[in-house]
Design a protein around this ligand. Structure first.
Ligand SMILES: [Zn+2]
Length: 263
């Protein structure tokens, strides 16, 4: 079997959030794996018309089925705008994550399309994956593999917020959604990751480690709630694993140590 190795980590940042710093994540990766070389790039896709068509095609229109349609002219134009300025991506548009990964993979430079490279694309695009068990799409924070795609929108929208959030939102829905959401954000401040959350970079360090573990050891998740590899489905769990704990469990820590001592 081919020896596991990580020649270069390439971090792409398609967001413009003030509270997300991919350079800090690169420093963290170098700290965790001193032999790794990290390169920073701004944008992932080259704005091309055929990419805009492909991206418009993979929008999820129905949460209960995998079906794609020929996109409308306006949808293609919208994608062109996002390709020019990825910060224009909207949480209202949901993409099929696996197909998004496929389109992304095809856009990687030929010389960097091998397992010596770990690509992590931080994007504002919001995506979901279809679960064959319950035949539904589920919003995701990350899709790991080649390349890894991690969504700053996904971390806000995918893990469930505290139960109280939904209870109050239903109770006061007649007051208007924007008003109620602002009120809830005040009342439950800090209990979930929000847009422009100052904890965004810290949370993304954990998801980046999950991508690295998937690449090196083919495992990205852990059952220990205190481990950064814990696959949290609730905001509370995400905050606990990545902020309150912010470390690997002893088993995964040792695994990484063994790798770094040999490389
Ligand atoms: Zn662990």
């Amino acid at each position: 079997m081919r020896k596991l190795y990580l020649k270069k980590v390439i971090l792409y940042n398609e967001t413009s959030s003030k509270n997300f710093n991919h350079h800090e994540i690169g420093e963290y990766i170098k700290e965790m794996i001193p032999s790794s070389h990290v390169e920073f790039r701004k944008q992932f896709f080259n704005p091309r018309n055929d990419t805009a068509v492909e991206l418009a095609k993979i929008k999820v229109r129905n949460l209960d089925s995998v079906s794609f349609y020929q996109p409308l002219y306006g949808e293609i134009e919208f994608e062109k705008k996002i390709l020019e300025d990825p910060d224009k991506a909207s949480p209202a548009v949901l993409y099929d994550g696996m197909r998004l990964q496929q389109i992304t993979r095809e856009s990687i430079l030929k010389g960097e399309r091998n397992m010596d490279y770990l690509h992590i694309v931080f994007t504002k695009r919001f995506f979901a994956s279809f679960d064959d068990n319950d035949r539904r799409y589920h919003a995701r924070v990350a899709i790991f593999g080649f390349p890894n795609i991690i969504s700053t929108t996904g971390v806000v929208e995918a893990p469930a917020k505290p139960k109280k959030y939904y209870k109050l939102r239903n109770k006061f829905s007649n007051l208007g959604l924007a008003f109620v959401e602002n009120k809830l954000k005040e009342e439950l401040h800090g209990q979930f990751i929000d847009y422009e959350d100052e904890r965004m970079t810290q949370v993304m360090k954990g998801y980046s480690l999950q991508a690295i573990f998937y690449h090196l050891f083919h495992q990205s998740f852990c059952l220990d709630k205190n481990c950064q590899l814990y696959n949290g489905h609730w905001q509370e769990e995400v905050i606990h694993a990545h902020i309150k704990s912010g470390r690997l469990c002893s088993y995964h820590d040792e695994m990484l140590r063994r790798y770094t001592s040999e490389n």
